[in-house]
Design a protein around this ligand. Structure first.
Ligand code: 6YU
Length: 495
């Protein structure tokens, strides 16, 4: 049953690959993926930086332990380091915030340890933890940013004196808010819904990377699919569903250039950023109103990386993260007022690309939000200049010069339009349920599942991650498998 159904999957990111993999293994013979670009992987993108590989998109397995299907696949394919596989590593529960060895550099050229700023760090952790607990309790504030700022003003007034030391703690706090923007992918924490932020669930395990590149996961999965299953450089421009003339197909998928592919079922995996921009032209007839509202309401933000190579390290050998703290910014505001003039203030610092024996001296800078959008419009030379001035100022070394840089530009990527999703103000689980709901939603025998939806933004608790995306691909494949199972067929109404 179902072996002859024509299934078209739109997008060859991890969710599209996962859906195709499961359907083909289950015996579906007519599965086809239409991919806009010339490559598989989507936001899993391992690139070259000189002789080194770097991750332009997804970086870590968040929560590498048995509960995480990406970890299980990576283990099965032999893609992880022995350290990542240890039971100790898998058992560490860090709540999504790994305890990395960190250094702090300030705008007056001071180098500090995180211990010097522990009052700010501790208060931040406390408030962030509290902010996830309003899912069922009702929200005292609409956003995580408003909640944290209101509480920190109150609590810091008691704890941090109005002297220089107190000011430095507040400056550190400003940096930590910007770090959280990178993690959540929102422009500001004022955009992140307070109750809904508690929807995100972390998995135990100390985040790990793929020593040979994240794309190894994609290559292994793809190698198990029949050749020719993906049509590359085939952007879909319109999905004609609910066809009244069903002699040929209930769904016709139209590609740029006019080619039309007939299908019984379509799985849409394009990013939420793309859907926000193009849903009006992508669906004929338009999607139901409640679905459109959720596409508009759920958040999709930008987090970019800037890789910078140096001749020699100016950080400690064991350092894993470098934070930048502006000593003139104790506002505890996570957005920059004059974006063209001061966008670089949103760059929170660097993670150190390890191991240095293999990579040399490469740092990865992180910048989220509208400041990141602006950064994408600059030339590489302009970004390099800004980074050079920043590093010279914060290290107090006026001659440090990076060898080269490379940055991601996810906002201007026409097939992604940003980095990943987040629950914005006013969102609830209902929005994710609306995003994942197939159309038409009420199934009858004459209109069986036509258009299904997968992709990271459609996972109720692991949105914004690779494992979330993978699970949604499997989920939609299972929906079709259930639809064609003999039990389901016998339950369907007959006319
Ligand atoms: C993770 C991590 N990580 C950093 C950065 C980014 C992301 N993520 P895809 O986009 O892959 O596929 C869709 C395809 O569709 C694509 O190929 C398109 O070309 C194609 N397409 C589009 N339009 C089309 C058309 N019209 N026709 C045909 N084809 C079309 N995840 O687990 N670990 O370290 C990071 C990171 C810079 C950009 C990440 C990370 C997110 C993942 O990369 C992403 O979810 C999946 O790859 C998406 O797969 P997909 O198949 O859905 O889409 C409250 C609270 C929130 C807490 N959030 C914290 C979580 C932290 C998230 N982590 C992010 C961190 C980093 C660093």
């Amino acid at each position: 049953l179902g072996a002859d159904a024509r299934i078209v999957i739109i997008g060859c990111g991890i969710s599209g690959i996962a859906a195709a993999h499961r359907l083909i293994k289950a015996g579906f013979n007519h599965v086809r993926i239409l991919e806009a670009t010339g490559r598989s992987g989507g936001r899993i993108k391992t690139g070259k930086f000189g002789d080194n590989i770097v991750e332009i998109g997804a970086n870590w397995i968040h929560g590498p332990s048995k509960e995480n299907p990406v970890f299980c696949l990576a283990q099965q394919y032999g893609l992880l380091s022995p350290e990542a596989l240890t039971p100790e590593n898998q058992a560490m529960d860090v709540g999504g915030h790994p305890p990395w060895i960190s250094s702090v550099f300030t705008s007056t050229g001071r180098k500090m340890s995180l211990d010097d700023l522990s009052p700010a760090v501790e208060m931040y952790k406390e408030l962030l933890d509290e902010s996830t607990q309003f899912l069922e309790r009702g929200e005292p504030w609409p956003s995580v940013g408003q909640f944290i700022r209101a509480e920190v003003l109150q609590r810091s007034a008691e704890k941090w004196k109005a002297d220089n030391a107190g000011c430095l703690q507040r400056c550190m706090f400003t940096t930590l808010l910007k770090v959280e923007c990178c993690i959540c992918g929102s422009h500001t924490l004022d955009d992140l819904g307070l109750g809904a932020s508690g929807l995100y669930k972390s998995i135990p395990g100390l985040d790990c990377t793929f020593p040979g590149g994240y794309e190894g996961l994609v290559r292994n999965l793809m190698s198990e699919l029949p050749a020719g299953v993906v049509s590359y450089n085939q952007p879909v421009s319109c999905i004609h569903w609910n066809n009244s003339d069903k002699r040929d197909a209930q769904v016709n998928v139209e590609c740029h250039g006019g080619k039309v592919v007939a299908a019984d079922h379509v799985i849409v995996t394009v990013p939420l950023g793309y859907l926000k921009k193009h849903h009006t032209s992508l669906f004929r007839p338009p999607l139901p109103l409640h679905k459109i509202h959720s596409i508009q309401r759920f958040g999709f933000g930008t987090n970019n990386k800037i890789f910078v190579e140096f001749d020699s390290p100016w950080w400690d050998e064991d350092c894993e993260v470098i934070y930048f703290v502006w000593e003139d910014d104790d506002t505890m505001v996570d957005q920059v007022e004059d974006v063209p003039g001061s966008w670089i203030k949103k760059l929170v610092g660097f993670t150190v690309v390890k191991p240095s024996e293999r990579y040399g001296h490469i740092l990865c800078g992180w910048i989220a939000g509208k400041e990141s959008h602006y950064m994408e419009t600059l030339s590489e030379q302009e970004v390099m200049y800004a980074i050079t001035q920043l590093v010279r100022r914060f290290t107090g070394n006026p001659i440090i010069t990076p060898r080269k840089i490379m940055r991601s530009q996810w906002f201007h990527d026409p097939w992604t339009c940003g980095s990943y999703s987040y629950p914005s103000r006013g969102c609830s689980l209902q929005d994710i349920e609306n995003l994942m709901e197939p159309v038409p939603s009420k199934q009858t025998l004459s209109q069986p599942l036509q258009v299904l939806f997968a992709g990271e933004a459609t996972h109720p608790s692991y949105f914004s991650t690779v494992h979330g995306a993978l699970l949604t691909g499997w989920r939609e494949a299972d929906r079709l498998l259930a639809h064609y199972s003999p039990a389901a067929r016998s339950e369907q109404p007959t006319k």
